[in-house]
Design a protein around this ligand. Structure first.
Ligand code: NAD
Length: 297
């Protein structure tokens, strides 16, 4: 069993760190939010006073931070963890961040003799608690093989997506599909209703026809159509619209970086910006159906 550093013990990082403790690892964590520190301590994480201290004796280090600016600061800033860790440490950044920052941190890690993986996740807080996250992983084959035993503790499915940054590429591609398809489902179900078609009937037909998609089947935006959906509990998240907007913005940064044309991704980003700016950041992202119906603004 290994000493594992864990920086960022929030809604996702806290339970992930707890699962590493349950698997028998000695987890040394750092966060500055009192609530996160308390919850992680209760899960058996030894919380120390700085990120540098948390990585000083670790063989493996996870980070689960809000955004690219936090990742740059924690890895590369004053008292950064790359400089503080023993040479040859395996770093696993599971934050959802921009591809350019992910690749810059990989480069810096490699220059200092470390192995690095970007390993963003899908599955939300429930997946983090259950240890069933889908992990999309970028980095060298060597780094992937060294990180896999730890990734398999926090994730139910671990996929090597290729070179440095490709985990983040997979994440933004996936979530751009989700944002666009939620809008398509919302438009179609709204139009059907306006033309007198019962949403449950449309679901019965479309769910086994060519228009079927994951957003329709699992996060259907019409209340009552799918049992257990956010729509069926007044759009309590689930996956908050503010987080969908964050990921869509990252998809547009990635599109600019690669000169890829993503007109539907751009439109989805604009529509979610309108929705979030109207005070809906904390609602489930499927609540955008209300804006499509003209019910909120
Ligand atoms: P969160 O805000 O609950 O947790 C982030 C934690 O990082 C906080 O506790 C914060 O205090 C800590 N932090 C910030 N700066 C720090 C620093 N310099 N040093 C140490 N700790 C610091 O966020 P979360 O929901 O856990 O999300 C984390 C990441 O996972 C984000 O990138 C998010 O996009 C991604 N993600 C979240 C979900 C979800 O459902 N919550 C799903 C998939 C991916």
């Amino acid at each position: 069993m290994a000493k594992v550093g864990f920086i960022g013990l929030g809604n996702m990082g806290g339970p992930m760190a707890g699962n590493l403790v349950d698997a028998g690892h000695e987890v040394i964590g750092f966060d500055m939010a009192p609530g996160a520190i308390e919850a992680a301590t209760e899960r058996g994480v030894e919380v120390v006073g700085s990120a540098a201290e948390a990585v000083a004796v670790a063989a493996v280090v996870f980070t689960m931070l809000p955004a690219g600016t936090h990742v740059r600061q924690v890895y590369l800033g004053e008292d950064g963890i790359l400089a503080a860790a023993p040479k040859g440490t395996v770093f696993i950044d599971s934050s959802t961040i921009d591809v350019a920052t992910a690749r810059a941190v990989h480069e810096a890690a490699s220059a200092l003799g470390h192995d690095m993986l970007d390993a963003p996740v899908s599955g939300g807080v429930a997946g983090a608690e259950a240890g069933s996250l889908t992990m999309m992983v970028g980095g060298t084959a060597k780094a992937f093989s060294r990180g896999t035993p730890y990734l398999e503790v926090v994730g139910g499915k671990v996929v090597h997506a290729g070179q440095a940054g490709n985990g983040q590429v997979a994440k933004v591609c996936n979530n751009m599909i989700l944002g666009i398809s939620m809008l398509a489902v919302s438009e179609a179900f709204t139009m059907g209703e306006k033309l007198g078609l019962d949403p449950q009937t449309l679901f019965e037909i479309s769910s086994t026809s060519s228009g079927s998609c994951w957003a329709m089947l699992n996060h259907n935006p019409v209340p009552g159509v799918v049992e257990g959906s956010a729509a069926s509990r007044d759009y309590a998240p689930g996956f908050a619209a503010g987080m969908m907007l964050k990921d869509l913005k990252l998809s547009q940064e990635a599109a600019a970086l690669s000169n890829a044309a993503t007109p539907l991704g751009a439109e989805a980003t604009a529509l979610y910006t309108l929705f979030v700016n109207a005070g809906n950041a904390a609602k489930d992202y499927s609540a955008i159906v209300k804006m499509i119906r003209g019910e909120s603004g």
